[in-house]
Design a protein around this ligand. Structure first.
Ligand code: SAM
Length: 546
């Protein structure tokens, strides 16, 4: 949406109506695509905002006055560009027509994805696709999947080409299912099946009837869906998070500012993130677009938000631990580190407890979202690490240090490596918070630090590798293999399919590229951190071949 149109529509929605027109210039005879070079060309004429789809051989510019539009036309008329001669056409569109066109486009897009399901059911199918499946069946399904992943790993390693006899001997365990000899434990169920998510991100928008709503998008934005539905019927969302979403919905319904419209790129209220911990701590982070607000208006709004959430606290309704505001005027949706985040109340942290340890969580830190199931995961991990006072525990991709800290008291030392330096600040603070004195943390890529760390002492070394959903770069796996002291790797993955190249990398025979002896899976278990969804955490123990 062009600025002139934006300002115009803003004046329409926020102030008494006046008959206003948008003055449009259509630039004709442009080449298809070439958006970057069109932008550069227009910039040379001091023209900065235009709309052009890649396939269009034209572009639109909107102006607040006819005079400004005609001045732009004069600059562009007859200009030679990419062996074409440009021309410009003027038109005057009433705001009504302009707005209706957007509405019609939005409605037709929504009609495409319409089906016979009630909106709440459609949303439940989308965010919790297994919600109609009894929990025991969900667990059986996830268990089967765990088996399938292990078998896929076996087959893929077995199918590696051009292996020497020595290489074939190193992967002899992959020859048959029986040779594999991996124990797959019973899938561990989540102690909390409903309302388990401690972190939720809601969109602030409009529901199908146009009412301002805080909830989830009823489909994908890229499919043209912009309608939002409240999370009332979403099984995985906690009652506290629903209450926060409702409170925000009430706030935006009273607000003089509109909800953000992604199509028109207009409006103020965009998203809200909640962290509702088992400790009772609540983080509320509200995201707003301030493009069309003055600094004074933004400051006033901050004060209003503080008063509103403090009042809810005083009334005993929502006991917010920390309230934060993120200003984000960019195109991408959702809470983002690219926005400017400010703490309005509290200290910007919430706290969670895991296995008797306390953890500080900042707004952008990764923290498992199902607290009681995470405790089962970490307990099992500690059991498999089978550590003693001579163990060095490498917490690779350690985030805020949770895994290492919960095990620190039973090992000689913990070494945590994590590439996000803010997470390392949290990890150090968390170690201090729990009186852990035998943990050291490095803000670095694992592959760049692991060799220095491992060679410091010569004792038994066990690595826990808990990478992001899509796994880690191959260089991490190669570095782990080359660190000969590592006897065992506990690999934790929330998406084994995506992490499969990492698992193959650990197991493939020794080569110039993958040095060091390979690993072999010895046991595995799935832990259901995400009931009612297709996701599941899987932990696989890999032991080094001798
Ligand atoms: C799933 S999180 C795990 C965090 C932590 N283990 C926990 O449970 O709280 C994955 C982490 O891996 C980190 N990461 C990804 N690639 C990395 C690399 N090459 N070196 C160090 N850290 C990495 C990410 O920054 C992220 O914090």
């Amino acid at each position: 949406m062009l600025k002139a149109a934006k300002n115009f529509i803003k004046s329409f929605t926020m102030a008494p109506k006046e008959p206003v027109f948008i003055h449009r210039v259509k630039i004709v005879n442009l080449p298809a695509h070439e958006i970057g070079s069109v932008k550069k060309l227009l910039q040379t004429f001091d023209l900065h905002r235009f709309k052009k789809a890649p396939k269009w051989e034209y572009a639109y510019m909107n102006f607040e006055t006819e005079e400004a539009a005609r001045a732009a036309m004069a600059k562009l008329q007859g200009v030679e560009f990419k062996k074409r001669v440009l021309s410009a056409e003027y038109s005057k569109v009433s705001e009504q027509v302009f707005r209706t066109r957007f509405e019609t486009k939005k409605k037709s897009l929504e009609a495409v994805v319409d089906d016979s399901r009630a909106p709440a059911e459609k949303l439940a199918d989308q965010v919790t696709p297994l919600h109609k499946v009894p929990y025991a069946e969900q667990i059986a399904k996830k268990h089967k999947l765990g088996f399938r992943y292990l078998n896929t790993l076996r087959k893929k390693v077995n199918a590696l080409p051009e292996l020497s006899d020595e290489g074939k001997a190193q992967i002899a365990w992959t020859n048959t299912l029986k040779d594999m000899d991996v124990e797959l434990l019973d899938t561990i169920q989540s102690p909390l099946v409903n309302g388990y998510r401690t972190k939720c991100e809601f969109t602030i928008g409009r529901d199908l009837s146009g009412k301002k709503t805080v909830g989830f998008l009823l489909g994908l934005y890229r499919d043209g869906v912009t309608a939002v539905l409240n999370p009332d019927d979403c099984l995985h969302v906690s009652e506290k998070a629903k209450q926060v979403a409702k409170a925000m919905e009430n706030y935006v319904n009273e607000s003089e500012y509109d909800v953000y419209d992604r199509v028109e790129k207009l409006g103020v209220w965009r998203s809200i993130m909640t962290k509702t911990q088992r400790t009772g701590d609540i983080m509320v982070l509200i995201q707003m677009n301030t493009t069309d607000l003055t600094n004074d208006q933004v400051e006033q709004e901050k004060q209003k938000l503080i008063c509103y959430w403090n009042k809810l606290k005083d009334q005993g309704q929502i006991n917010t631990t920390t309230l934060m505001l993120q200003v984000w005027n960019g195109a991408s949706n959702g809470i983002t580190d690219k926005g400017t985040t400010e703490v309005l109340t509290g200290d910007g942290y919430v706290y969670e407890e895991l296995l008797g340890c306390k953890f500080r969580i900042s707004s952008n830190a990764f923290f498992q979202v199902n607290t009681p199931a995470t405790e089962l995961l970490y307990s099992k991990c500690a059991e498999w690490c089978n550590t003693n006072k001579k163990t060095t525990l490498l917490d690779l991709c350690c985030g805020t240090g949770t895994i290492g800290i919960t095990m620190a008291k039973s090992v000689d030392r913990v070494v945590g490596i994590e590439m996000i330096s803010e997470a390392i600040v949290d990890a150090k603070a968390n170690a201090l918070l729990n009186n852990i004195t035998n943990a050291e943390y490095y803000a670095s890529k694992v592959e760049e630090k692991i060799d220095i760390v491992v060679r410091e002492k010569n004792e038994s070394v066990i690595a826990v590798l808990d990478p992001p959903r899509n796994g880690v770069h191959t260089s991490v796996i190669r570095a782990v293999r080359e660190s000969e002291q590592i006897e065992k790797v506990i690999f934790i993955s929330c998406d084994v399919k995506q992490a499969m190249p990492n698992l193959i990398g650990l197991c493939r025979p020794t080569s110039n590229r993958f040095k060091g002896m390979p690993f072999k899976p010895s046991r595995a278990v799935s832990i259901d951190l995400f009931p009612h969804t297709d996701h599941c955490e899987m932990m696989i123990e890999f032991v080094r071949l001798k």
